[in-house]
Write a protein that binds this ligand. Structure first.
Ligand code: SF4
Length: 420
């Protein structure tokens, strides 16, 4: 039996779980019922959300909600911001005890301030919101469409989803995005790996196994988002990367000695020299607050982890950051500030940006990584693209050499590993 199913308590406070069938014990229906009761006793989760919490009860949500319950029990304390309504929660970022209305206001106002202070958008721009159906992108779509109306940004907003072709995960999460399309009145465009590359992730995993799947997925997704955004003539892409994601990425890039990525991973806008710039309006927004916002606003989102998600390096970095946050909530912001303040030595060799000779996509090498990986798949030699196998073409060997030079280079996506 998986340790994740040992006890509901462990589920509440333990690591994130997956809903992979291999984790389900034979008597999982009984355990589901026990867990269901346990969760229902703790939190009043709406019936539309509850099924998803069976498999991945976010410990951060539980902490936030339990904190808010503690507040209820100990007080009739007033909100420290408005001093009028009763406090309903303790804000994870500042530990202030505030009411729900003030939480909505500070949460939305902070994002608005980040957008304005960083000049993220110009009136009339077409903005593609990278939408996976998960909590971050769902809250981003909701908040951005609210702020767009409230502050007259003058933006044309679209949902842009990538269908990697992962049965039992992406097909379900895309159903959530389709509902969001109707709920928020935002047009949705879906582009699939199958149509762009001729392969689904299910087929890729069948060919390569579970070891490097996120490398393929992350590289293909990055390009797929650009291609999808070009199809809807978007001026910019916004993604739901939050403060926790960025702090983790800073830490991982330090651990890997990946100077090129370290120098840009804290930028709120990236890719200005590429086809379509990308922005992260949640750069300073805590993951716990995103979950609380989604929960209290009863937003419709999908919270199951990818069935191919590796349990790797990033997971350790994530836990480390969460531990630091527990002791000192500012640790996340401080990690981001440290990343912003790094000065890269002028003698450090940085990759030169060019374009792929085959597809024209931005690349620091002759062929972009997506073309190299695709060639490996199509030739029945998928490991060529990973750059570890000897005997490839000259280009393969050059890739391989560069790979060794950049030991520790990550190409993974946020799900499995780093940025995309
Ligand atoms: Fe792709 Fe993310 Fe799944 Fe890895 S975890 S296969 S990057 S969707």
């Amino acid at each position: 039996m998986s340790k994740y199913w040992d006890a509901p308590n462990q589920l509440r406070f333990g690591p994130e779980t997956t809903h992979s069938n291999s984790l389900l014990p034979a008597n999982h229906n009984l355990q589901k019922q026990i867990l269901l009761r346990s969760i229902s006793d703790k939190v009043q989760i709406s019936s539309t959300l509850l099924p998803f919490y069976l498999f991945q009860v976010p410990s951060n949500l539980m902490e936030g909600v339990e904190a808010s319950e503690r507040v209820k029990r100990t007080t009739a304390r007033l909100c420290s911001l408005c001093n009028q309504r009763k406090a309903a929660l303790r804000r994870p970022k500042t530990l202030e005890q505030i009411c729900r209305e003030c939480f909505y206001n500070v949460f939305e106002d902070e994002i608005h301030r980040v957008i304005v202070e960083n000049n993220l958008f110009k009136p009339g721009e077409r903005i593609a919101i990278g939408a996976s159906g998960g909590k971050d992108s769902t809250v981003l779509a909701y908040v951005l469409s609210e702020l767009n109306k409230r502050h007259n940004y003058g933006l044309d907003l679209f949902l842009l989803s990538i269908d990697e072709g992962i049965t039992g995960y992406r097909d379900d999460s895309l159903e959530t995005v389709k509902r969001n399309e109707l709920q928020y009145g935002l047009p949705l465009k879906i582009v699939s790996y199958k149509e762009l590359y001729g392969w689904t992730m299910d087929e890729i995993v069948k060919a390569i196994g579970l070891k490097n799947n996120c490398t393929f997925c992350g590289v293909f997704r990055r390009q797929a988002l650009d291609r999808g955004a070009a199809l809807i003539q978007a001026d910019k892409i916004v993604t739901g990367h939050n403060a926790d994601d960025i702090a983790e990425t800073v830490l991982l890039n330090i651990l890997r000695g990946d100077i090129a990525r370290l120098s840009r991973c804290t930028s709120i806008t990236t890719g200005e020299d590429g086809p379509i710039p990308r922005c992260k309006p949640f750069k300073y927004t805590y993951e716990k607050e995103i979950v609380m916002y989604a929960y209290f606003k009863k937003l419709d989102y999908f919270s199951t982890e990818c069935i191919y998600s590796p349990n790797a390096y990033r997971g350790f970095a994530r836990e480390f950051i969460k531990d630091l946050e527990r002791i000192r909530p500012r640790a996340i912001l401080d990690m981001i500030r440290s990343g912003e303040d790094f000065r890269i030595s002028t003698t450090t060799r940085m990759p030169e940006q060019g374009t792929c000779q085959r597809c024209g996509y931005i690349s620091s090498q002759k062929l972009c990584k997506a073309c190299v990986l695709l060639e490996g798949l199509n030739r029945g030699l998928p490991k060529l693209g990973i750059g570890r196998k000897k005997g490839g073409s000259g280009e393969d060997q050059e890739q391989s050499k560069r790979h060794l030079e950049n030991k520790g280079l990550s190409l993974h996506g946020k799900h499995g590993n780093v940025e995309y």
